[in-house]
Design a protein around this ligand. Structure first.
Ligand code: 3UK
Length: 547
């Protein structure tokens, strides 16, 4: 084993036992990492050594930090952490902020100092923050002053959180500490490639959140697989997007991938479809990371904005319906790169570059990863057969002290909880989350397939499809539909949508029940909350039985 730089061994001590780790694969030559590796040194400091210091690195619509400025802020924060706040390698640091350059700088500073960054979504409340503080044994937090109220409430609930240092909006204690002379340089902690540098909590829709632990080398591995082989960004690119930096989709897409190629990133605090479109147009962004719903919501307004700078669009978090892919291509000339990733795997592990895309499919495994579809016993099923998705590669699941490790990792493979079909050409077709499959009169039906069919109807803006309890069929397919403005939610519309689905996919999959709603319940990472729709559907069925 490589010598760890961690003095505080909590993260290492709470890794799952070795026999429960997934198998890690490093066959690509670019994945042969040295034993000693600090992700911040690789992603940021390297650019200064190469004379790239004056190039733009991170910005907002009103200011831009160069690589040199970013590196200096990171050094100053790292000095504050180690000299003023007593951080020793291995200590966890909670980060709480909207997407801003300071949030990114704090992330890189914690890792540069050998600490473990635990970033949290801005919308989390004190009770949820306290669970994270307890699970990851956190004594120190860096927080954007504007979000400090909830942080202080959290401190009352979780007394082990000893110190909260804020920046911006108000006292700005962090800036004061950062301004000390001599703090502009900082030698990166000599971390091992397999020292933990990040604990990312899952935005789990049910149950306690799980902490997923990632090593310094994992951050580079995702850049050298997805970044290098699928995204293929260039130094001149300007990234933009909506996912929070606390979500690994956002951390990869808005921090790791741009820095890995020396590009720049535009961080937005508000990311409505209008905000995103406006930012792309006025700031001339070239690569956009967001969720399928956001692409759908932007579609209606694409004509009002100059998107000529845009050259790549990435979609993840949920399946990208074929109708959205095609409408976006027609409107912008860009083929959206769909890709499935997970917090456990750090980032995207299946997804194809533009020239290999098959609309409606997630794509083929990212170079460096292997994927297969397995049955309930873990045996590989033939092409064309539905089953559970299993993957392995240079990154993988290591939960922080959690019995659910045994569920995610089977025989060295990461089992994501998704039902997939692989076709004869090796393309992976998403069906549903495994526990979301609808079983109606003996048929297995994936809600997303019905959603994709409904979305191809011009009246439909958004929809969610789940199983509703039914006496005769066990479950029936029920659709919750948000119509475009001006469309009428009546029985004629219900029939029209049902006929449309029957004409698009196998008729037995059509939604026997349709309910029109004004909005769909979503998680903080933008995912449809199917359990909430199922709860609504179950309530509605019970009411019907009772009446
Ligand atoms: C689902 C998808 C179909 C799937 C994530 C990119 O979403 C991310 O991480 P989470 O831990 O959720 C993982 C689960 O989300 N999913 C994600 N992408 C797709 N389903 N098509 C897709 N393209 O159920 C997966 O198991 O929140 C995504 C990068 C980093 C991430 N953390």
């Amino acid at each position: 084993m490589i010598r760890s730089a961690h003095i505080d061994s909590f993260a290492r001590d709470n890794l799952p036992p070795r026999e429960l780790w997934p198998e890690f694969i490093f066959t690509l030559p670019e994945l042969r990492f040295p034993d000693r590796l600090n992700a911040t040194a690789e992603l940021l400091d390297r650019w200064l050594e190469r004379g790239h210091g004056d190039r733009p690195c991170m910005g907002t619509p009103v200011e831009t930090w160069t690589y040199a400025q970013m590196a200096e802020r990171v050094n100053r924060i790292a000095n504050v952490l180690t000299r003023d706040l007593g951080l020793v390698p291995g200590n966890r640091v909670l980060l709480r902020a909207p997407n801003t350059p300071m949030m990114a700088a704090a992330y890189f500073a914690v890792m540069k100092a050998g600490g473990v960054a635990v970033a949290t979504m801005p919308l989390l409340r004190a009770g949820e923050l306290a669970v994270i503080v307890e699970k990851a044994r956190i004594a120190l937090a860096l927080c954007d002053g504007r979000l400090n109220d909830e942080m202080e409430k959290c401190r009352a609930l979780a007394p082990r959180l000893d110190r909260v240092v804020t920046w911006g909006g108000g006292a700005g204690a962090l800036e004061n500490l950062m301004s000390k002379p001599g703090y502009e340089t900082f030698a990166a902690c000599d971390t091992a490639a397999d020292d933990v540098c990040l604990i990312a909590f899952t935005s789990g829709t049910t149950g306690e959140p799980k902490g997923t632990m990632h090593f310094h080398r994992d951050l580079l591995a995702t850049c050298d697989t997805y970044g290098r082989h699928v995204l293929r960004a260039r130094a001149g690119d300007k990234f933009v997007g909506s996912p929070p930096l606390a979500f690994t989709f956002g951390f990869g897409g808005l921090a790791l991938f741009p820095l890995h190629v020396g590009a720049s990133t535009l961080l937005l605090e508000r990311t409505t479809p209008e905000d995103l479109l406006g930012a792309i147009a006025t700031q001339r962004a070239t690569i956009c990371f967001t969720a399928p719903t956001a692409y759908r919501a932007m579609l209606g307004k694409v004509g009002d904005h100059d998107l000529s700078s845009l050259r790549k669009c990435v979609s993840a978090g949920e399946a990208l319906p074929k109708a959205t892919f095609e409408a976006w291509l027609a409107a912008t000339g860009i083929k959206i790169l769909d890709g499935i990733g997970s917090t456990e795997m750090l980032h995207i592990f299946i997804g194809s570059p533009e020239e290999h895309i098959r609309a409606g499919s997630t794509g083929r495994p990212v170079p460096g990863y292997e994927a297969k579809v397995i049955d309930d016993e873990g045996r590989k099923v033939p092409a064309g057969t539905m089953g559970r998705l299993a993957v392995r590669g240079p990154t993988g699941c290591r939960y922080l002290n959690d019995p659910r490790q045994r569920k995610y990792v089977e025989n060295g493979w990461n089992v994501t909880g998704d039902t997939y079909v692989m076709d004869a050409d090796g393309y992976f077709w998403y069906q549903a989350r495994s526990d979301d499959m609808i079983v109606s009169a003996g048929y297995n039906i994936g809600g997303p397939e019905v959603e994709a069919a409904l979305l191809a109807h011009p009246a439909v803006a958004e929809c969610g499809v789940v199983g509703a309890p039914d006496e005769d069929r066990g479950q029936i397919v029920k659709a919750y539909v948000v119509l475009h403005p001006g469309q009428v939610a009546d029985s004629a519309m219900t029939r029209a949508l049902q006929e449309h689905v029957k004409a698009t996919i196998a008729p037995y999959k059509y939604p026997r029940a349709i309910e029109f709603v004004s909005a769909l319940p979503r998680t903080q990472t933008g995912k449809l909350q199917r359990f909430e729709l199922r709860r609504m559907a179950a309530n509605a069925s019970h009411q019907k039985l009772a009446s």
